[in-house]
Design a protein. Structure first.
Length: 408
């Protein structure tokens, strides 16, 4: 009597360009932790971060993830490094034989899926990997990182890659419309909306407002406006400084705290010095104490030119902090109806200044029921459940009936 060998757990190999502080890296680390709890084996390949971007590698390590660092994998396009990264990724696939290859962000999505296509050419159908890609944002707008020619090229490359991808994940309904209808990157049948998942439960616990402000050196009686995120051009933090300066002309008891870092920090700090706003504009750098950080705020401000799904907005609402935000990308999808968020359809500083002054006079509160709704919508457990279903469907599409454990 023969005994069938035990089936191994299904495997997912995930590829992301860098584990810098931000939504995609946090999302990936928590997702892998959730999948491990659901009997998946996971391995995460990641590349280099810029010096001022900060790192979430410790978060990934705390999840107990199997990590593979590929130094040549980065955000910028460099032919020699890209070929090295492609080869390293392909080697990892051959060693590990994943059931699912899931890529995140544009650069890792291109290299990872190209490697996955080559890998699948060497496997029988019943042993091929399902290819899944997540758009956390996109670079299809003409004002994106790559300029007019680069953006058109990015659209073309993504259309070609989408034809060989089993499932494309977007993180908001507006993003789905961009990918399917507006820019025609992929067919509707291959695209599914799976919102971000974050560890938000700790933010439901209220903190001592006075103690949180004292830790930041903020006057207890001031109305505190906060920004959390990268200090890069697309975030338009300079616009926020302009708006704050205008608002403070009308309301003196305002303080602005800026948590984050990036290539524009030096110029933003110089702008604050030139305006002599140092006493009431504080640069905090990257912060990990999110409960205390949001606990010190009265209002979150986001003036971005574009957003996928803004993590800071989700965190602030879960922590009970209302917001004023540019109505771009996935911001309206996060806010929903009757949310404590003022959406601004203008890129003029005056519009944001008026919203800040109004918020300071209104002192809106975020209802506890709404905070719990945010946690349910964007929680890590919900994310892992949704992604596991997407993997099953992608494997069935790629391998046929039998999915992760086909009889071959």
């Amino acid at each position: 009597m023969s005994i069938a060998p035990p089936q191994r757990r299904p495997r997912v190999l995930r590829v992301i360009a860098r584990l810098n502080i931000g939504g995609p890296a946090r999302h990936v680390a928590l997702l892998d932790g959730g999948l491990m709890a659901r009997n998946w084996e996971t391995q995460l390949i990641f590349g280099s971060s810029a010096p001022m971007e900060g790192s979430l590698r410790e978060l990934a390590e705390a999840q107990g993830l199997a990590l593979t660092y590929v130094p040549s994998l980065g955000r910028s396009i460099r032919m020699r490094d890209d070929l090295k990264a492609f080869w390293r990724i392909l080697q990892a696939m051959r060693r590990w034989s994943p059931d699912v290859i899931h890529t995140h962000t544009a650069k890792a999505g291109a290299l990872g899926r190209c490697a996955g296509i080559v890998y699948n050419l060497t496997r029988r159908r019943c042993r091929r990997s399902a290819l899944v890609h997540t758009f956390h944002g996109h670079v299809f707008e003409t004002y994106s990182y790559f300029g007019v020619v680069g953006t058109a090229t990015a659209r073309l490359v993504e259309r070609v890659l989408a034809a060989g991808t089993d499932a494309i994940v977007v993180i908001s309904e507006r993003q789905r419309r961009d990918v399917v209808d507006r820019f025609r990157i992929a067919r509707a049948g291959r695209v599914r909306v799976i919102p971000l998942g974050l560890d938000l439960v700790p933010l439901l616990d209220d903190v001592d407002h006075s103690a949180a402000r004292m830790s930041l050196g903020v006057p207890e009686t001031d109305f505190v406006v906060g920004y959390v995120g990268r200090l890069v051009p697309v975030k338009r933090v300079g616009l926020l400084l302009d708006a704050f300066a205008l608002a403070r002309e009308r309301l003196r008891s305002l303080t602005l705290v800026i948590a984050g870092d990036g290539e524009e920090r030096a110029s933003l700090e110089q702008s604050v010095r030139d305006r002599r706003m140092q006493p009431y504009v504080k640069f905090l750098g990257w912060r990990s104490d999110l409960r205390e950080l949001y606990g010190a705020m009265d209002l979150l401000a986001l003036t971005s030119a574009n957003e996928g799904t803004p993590v800071a907005l989700i965190e602030a609402l879960a922590a009970g902090v209302p917001a004023v935000a540019a109505a771009v990308g996935g911001v309206p999808d996060v806010a929903g109806h009757d949310a404590p968020v003022q959406l601004i359809d203008s890129s003029e500083p005056q519009a944001f200044a008026e919203a800040i002054v109004w918020a300071a006079s209104a002192r809106r509160q975020v209802p506890v029921a709404y905070r719990r709704t945010i946690v349910d919508r964007f929680g890590a457990d919900r994310l892992a459940d949704d992604v596991a279903v997407a993997y099953h469907d992608a494997l069935t599409s790629r391998r046929g009936k039998g999915g992760a454990s086909p009889p071959c």
